[in-house]
Design a protein around this ligand. Structure first.
Ligand SMILES: Cc1cc2nc3c(=O)[nH]c(=O)nc-3n(C[C@H](O)[C@H](O)[C@H](O)COP(=O)(O)O)c2cc1C
Length: 336
């Protein structure tokens, strides 16, 4: 008998799909979601996901092996669809028989979903619109994440509450939909579960867990940060294919504006095409995030954080965060 019977009953489909005790995913966070955090989440009853980001196949291979050494629970791997070696990365997942692969950052390229299913992996995709969600589910995706603009990192334009109202009534009877963006407490989890979500995905709330290798300075910035400090980046030139990024405001925010001007000028001079421009922007973010997470440069690096950052006030072990989210959800459902 679960300690959280009402929540567990609503999470049952999600738990069966993930193979975890709770249907709480820790979304992949580049540089943060490596073997230590991922294994701690899965060992703590949630579902951890390795952020492959810009890793090479060899690095991903080592990270999966390292994670397996720390947990025998299921975990996933998040691959960015625009990675130039996407199919080699899928082959690494196949060799390790990774149970779940999350395809993020764009529409999965032709053959990628099939390549994952071919080795028995389950495919989780992000869908920004209902029409695309239906198309992806028809073409073999096993589950969806809908992520609102309250989230940390790269974001879409619509709030989680609106996405949930659009997607869940249409899809939740026949499909697995996980809700992400702006979730800081279990009360919110209870509401999305009641609306039909199979589970939820959180990032910001887990970024500063005890087991997270994020630099002390990065964690302190999160503990100080309030919802209103986590701002979406501004697009300087409408031609640039810039996906907005939500992060705590600092000097790095201004550097991104300068970077956009630089890339726009390269476009004007015909020195780069649109695809190369987008890659340059993404490389900027990867480098900036590394500076903050790993080096602790919280002035110039990128402090990607969601609006729930105000609810992150101290370092806590992953298992305790998951337990308090479950308790809060259960208490909310009992009050109904
Ligand atoms: C520091 C940070 C880095 C992130 N990096 C990635 C990433 O590499 N790939 C990805 O799909 N999502 C990334 N995300 C999004 C998370 O996986 C997750 O979906 C999001 O944090 C959920 O919203 P929340 O921040 O409001 O909890 C990142 C989020 C943060 C805070």
């Amino acid at each position: 008998m679960s300690a959280y019977p009402k929540t567990s009953a609503l999470m049952q489909r999600g738990c069966e799909f993930l193979g975890s005790e709770t249907a709480i995913l820790c979304g992949a966070m580049s540089w943060v979601s490596e073997r230590n955090l991922v294994s701690a989440i899965s060992n703590g009853g949630g579902f951890g996901v390795i952020a492959c980001g810009a890793m090479t196949p060899d690095l991903l291979d080592a990270e999966i092996a390292g994670t397996k050494a720390l947990t025998d629970k299921p975990f996933g791997v998040n691959l960015i669809t625009m990675h130039p070696m996407l199919f080699d990365l899928i082959a690494v997942c196949a060799r390790h028989k990774v149970s779940h692969v999350v395809l993020a950052g764009g529409i999965p390229p032709k053959g990628s979903v099939e390549a994952i299913k071919a080795f028995g992996g389950k495919v989780i995709v992000f869908a920004p619109t209902l029409a695309l969600a239906k198309k992806l589910l028809r073409s073999g995706a096993d589950a969806l994440v809908i992520e609102g603009m309250e989230a940390g990192g790269h974001i879409g334009p619509v709030a989680t509450s609106v996405l949930a109202q659009e997607f869940l009534p249409e899809l939740s009877a026949d499909h697995l939909v996980f809700v992400a963006g702006g979730i800081g407490r279990g009360d919110m989890i209870a509401s999305y579960l009641e609306m039909g979500a199979a589970g939820v995905q959180l990032g910001t709330r887990f970024a500063c867990a005890t087991e997270s290798i994020a630099h002390e300075n990065f964690k302190k910035a999160f503990f100080r940060g309030k919802a209103r400090d986590a701002e979406a980046s501004v697009q300087v030139d409408p031609r640039l294919p810039v996906i907005p990024v939500r992060a705590l405001k600092n000097k790095g925010t201004e550097e991104f504006t300068a970077k956009q001007r630089e890339v726009a000028q390269l476009l004007d001079e015909g020195k780069v095409d649109m695809g190369e421009a987008q890659l340059q922007i993404e490389h900027f973010w990867a480098g900036a995030l590394r500076r903050a997470v790993i080096d602790g440069d919280v002035e110039n690096g990128s402090l990607m954080a969601g609006q729930s950052v105000g609810m992150v006030t101290k370092e806590e072990p992953c298992a305790e965060i998951i337990a308090s989210l479950m308790q809060e959800s259960e208490a909310a459902l009992e009050r109904r």
